[in-house]
Design a protein around this ligand. Structure first.
Ligand SMILES: [Zn+2]
Length: 305
């Protein structure tokens, strides 16, 4: 079974958290153990406690990715889903681009960016995150950026973005919005989760929602979570007619606690087993575990330029 994930912060952790002594949650070893075939690695620009600029930090993360011993796909995807582990690049926090379209060209030409989370938790040159307010729309640079991303087949990742910004993406971009690591607000009230209207809009546009494993985004209070809580969010989106937009967005190496039994990427296959046990058809399980993302990324390649 092809297994894919839309978000981890491993490159950030490699540089800044010093977690290497204990091993990463999404290390090569753990990803292989969990039978993951495609892992999206974020260039995470959010941290402000460091002296380097977001762009400089992203550059260092790109260098770090080269030490992982994982092959990264920096061009169009192969025809068929890979059967061994590959990485692809994304940006989390559009301040990496420093308000310059040229930065997008530079990084995308080099890395074939798959998605850009327009904001992290700070306001930037593109827009305003959900953490700050719900009503401030995208800025002129943000709207100009969407056009360039459309032309390059790079998805706008609305995880962290505020509600008005979400609708700006929905209204102004021909590529559908994707939420690489967000859950359902109806089941867990975090500002990081999606309202029913947002979920329905993503379903209508054939976008993508990667279920985040962070206990505080799975369940109010975040206590005693397990794979069953991940399944609950999958059930909710499926019941709204969204089987075709559901995927996995673990957030590994960006979360300090995990659901019981889901401590690292080695657990990924247990989600497939739980879905099958719950009665999901095999083809739906395959879609959720990775083919939905694969098809989306292939579509991005097809319309590129
Ligand atoms: Zn995040």
């Amino acid at each position: 079974m092809f297994i894919a994930d839309t978000h981890c912060d491993t490159l950030y952790s490699m540089l800044f958290e010093g977690w290497s002594e204990n091993g990463f949650m999404a290390s090569k070893e753990k990803l292989v153990e969990g039978k993951v075939n495609l892992q999206t690695f974020a260039l995470f620009a959010g941290a402000r406690q460091f002296k380097d600029t977001p762009y400089e930090n992203a550059r260092r993360m790109i260098e770090a990715s080269k030490t992982l011993n994982i092959p990264f796909i920096t061009d169009s995807l192969p025809e068929n889903p890979p059967t061994t582990l590959y990485g692809v690049y994304s940006i989390e926090g559009g301040e990496v681009l420093e308000g310059k379209i040229e930065r997008l060209y530079e990084l995308d030409d080099e890395l074939r960016l798959r998605m850009i989370a327009l904001t992290w938790n700070y306001e930037n040159q593109i827009g305003t995150p959900a953490k700050i307010d719900a009503i401030t729309g995208l800025k002129p640079f943000g709207l100009a950026l969407l056009k360039e991303m459309d032309a390059r087949g790079i998805y706008a990742d609305v995880s962290h973005l505020n509600e008005r910004g979400f609708w700006d993406v929905y209204e102004n971009m021909s590529l559908p919005p994707i939420a690489s690591h967000s859950n359902c607000k109806a089941l867990c009230g975090s500002y990081r989760n999606l309202s029913d209207d947002q979920i329905d809009a993503i379903i209508e546009k054939n976008g993508y929602i990667g279920i985040n494993f962070y206990p505080h985004f799975l369940k109010d209070g975040g206590e005693n979570t397990s794979v069953e809580d991940v399944i609950r969010h999958i059930d909710y989106i499926a019941a709204r007619g969204g089987i075709h937009v559901i995927g996995l967005g673990s957030d590994f190496d960006g979360i300090e606690v995990q659901p019981k039994g889901m401590e690292d990427a080695a657990c990924m296959y247990t989600i497939a087993n739980s879905l099958l046990k719950r009665g999901y058809a095999e083809k739906d399980v395959e879609a959720i575990m990775g083919l939905n993302l694969w098809n989306l990324l292939k579509k991005g390649d097809k319309i590129r330029f």
